[in-house]
Design a protein around this ligand. Structure first.
Ligand code: TXA
Ligand code: MG
Length: 351
């Protein structure tokens, strides 16, 4: 049985944080909050400890994990940290949701790198994560604390639902502020490249670095980030993503076709409050739009699974700023992405 500790006042003196740090020093795993999503941490220098992460979350063996440190000056323990771009980005965005891919120190090759010669590293912005990193004195290897393939956990309860009985402890620091994973930026090559869009946008990186970074879409099939090969973030329900060009009429046709099938339970996430009458499970979002959709996305997908929803319709958004990151996650989670009214019509004919 997994112990769950609520951390109201995080500090290195907190007894539960001390207990968690001791577990980590002994080679075990602990789930902890970050500002993006919950992570499942282990000593990044111990192959046995890191292996426990893969077993607990059933993670594919070739998918590397990122390393979390309390402060920027610990970077040189884990990577070749001579790149001036690191200082510039660290100053602008750390602690925060930016992961940098750098050349790894050789002692990490058998732990987090999984065959690559690089390591992803970041300084998370969460007081509980900071206290845990400080108290343990470790660099913590930590992927998201979900069963692989499921939506990432943004509350301790989500970690519990996925990993209860599989890990010794969860630190509950409340709901995550951001709600999607960090931006992953590859600095191991001369041209900086976004491997996974996140809360820090390409435009922000361009501005701080003074030159344009390559966007993930431009990398085509390069798949430099192994994790992007897998279907991800998915609920059990079939997930239909509707691009902004899909109009209300096409939406209605699709909605009614799904409802006509036997045994369906429809879920809806989007802005069409006036159109949706029959969906037993709905999450409308309004003018605060994309950011609140991002904040609640994984929570809503998990909740709909709990409610036994069979089909989810979700409105996508324009691919700018945070919208780009949201659409990245929706595409990976989707059963199908419908980009236009014609697309919806063609799809409905097959249903
Ligand atoms: O916000 C986050 O980044 C969260 C919190 C817990 O920090 N962590 C997270 O970890 O999302 P994970 O393992 O679920 O996703 C890390 C991504 C994966 O797609 C992985 O393939 C990629 O980063 N990655 C890790 N190391 C890499 C490397 N050396 N080169 C390329 N991609 C790497
Ligand atoms: Mg993950």
């Amino acid at each position: 049985e997994t112990r769950l500790h609520v951390i109201d006042q995080p500090s290195v003196d907190h007894p539960a944080i001390a207990e968690a740090a001791a577990l980590l020093q002994a080679g075990s795993v602990v789930a902890f909050p970050t500002e993006t999503v919950y992570g499942l941490g282990a000593d990044c220098t111990s192959a046995a400890a890191v292996a426990r992460i893969y077993v607990a979350k059933n993670r594919p063996n070739d998918n590397p994990v990122i390393v979390h440190v309390a402060e920027r000056d610990q970077l040189s323990n884990f990577c070749i940290d001579t790149d001036e771009r690191v200082s510039i980005l660290a100053k602008a965005f750390w602690p925060g949701p930016l992961t940098l891919i750098l050349k790894a120190k050789p002692h990490l090759r058998d732990t987090v790198c999984r065959g690559l010669d690089t390591v992803g590293i970041r300084v998370p912005a969460h007081p509980t994560a900071f206290a845990l990193l400080k108290k343990s004195g470790l660099g913590l290897a930590a992927p998201s604390a979900n069963i692989s393939g499921k939506p990432s956990p943004t509350k301790a309860k989500h970690v519990w639902n996925d990993l209860n009985g599989r890990i010794p402890m969860i630190l509950d620091g409340g709901p995550c502020r951001v709600g999607i994973e960090s931006t992953v930026l590859d600095l191991s090559q001369p041209q900086a490249a976004v491997l996974r869009p996140g809360w820090i946008t390409g435009a922000q990186l361009d501005e701080v670095l003074g030159s344009p970074v390559t966007r993930e879409a431009d990398l085509k099939q390069a798949h430099r980030s192994p994790g992007t090969r897998y279907r991800h973030y998915s609920p059990d329900a079939a997930l239909f993503v509707l691009a902004p060009d899909v109009g209300d009429a096409a939406f209605n046709t699709l909605q009614h076709l799904i409802l006509k099938q036997k045994g369906t339970k429809l879920g809806y996430i989007g802005t069409r409050r006036h159109l949706v009458t029959d969906a037993p499970s709905t999450h409308f979002y309004g003018d605060d739009g994309v950011d609140s959709l991002i904040h609640d996305l994984y929570m809503n997908l998990r909740q709909m699974d709990e409610e036994g929803v069979s089909h989810i319709l979700i409105d996508g958004c324009g691919e700018v700023g945070h919208g780009r990151s949201l659409m990245d996650r929706l595409r990976r989670a989707a059963t199908v992405v419908l980009v236009s009214d014609q697309d919806v019509t063609a799809f409905c004919l097959k249903l």
